[in-house]
Design a protein around this ligand. Sequence first.
Ligand code: 5GP
Length: 203
Amino acid sequence: MCAMQTKPLFIVMSAPSGCGKSTLIDMLLQEYPDLQYSISCTTRKPRGEEEDGIDYHFLTIERFRELLAEDAFLESAEVHGNYYGTLKQPIIDVLNEGNSMILDIDVVGAAKVRHYVFHHLPAEDPLRAGYMDVFINPPSLEALRERLEGRGTDSPESIERRLANAEGEMARAEEYMYQVTNDELGIAYKRLCDLIDVRSGRM
Ligand code: 5GP
């Protein structure tokens, strides 16, 4: 079992849709009581059981544009035809409280956050000092197709779009500090815990 972390971490995680990233993040949130999930804003409609304010802040395009104009986002990107954005202030607040934050964002958003952290923040800023990013790989594109079809929440067109995007996203996996392949959930999870324990100074 993993233990409580010590140094506040700012964790950015990306993966093609259907790689089990949400499951892994849920497991980490259970494991580490001081880890919080960054609730993104999106203009896409809720899927399945998703709830506003828990999974996402589901916004109209007008509200999203207002927040953009207010410079409220650390990054924002268009993914699969919808807009997504990460609010800046909640991350700063959580890190300043000594807790850790985990972001689930796409490769474009992650590149923007990485650039911001390393080019615009001083070394001692908590967001930079605690920064780490991880890319979750599927075992194969075929396995990814099976998972997307199996979860039954996406239309066939959406599945094709997500698979086409997956290849492009996987081509950028090298930009991340760490890569984890989610072939077996338990093994991928253990590797993530080890990374967090090392980076937080626990190990
Ligand atoms: P989904 O619609 O399946 O929830 O998410 C689609 C993609 O959008 C995923 O790759 C997810 O990581 C990404 N995403 C979710 N929130 C954000 C965000 O705030 N910013 C960016 N850039 N991508 C996000």
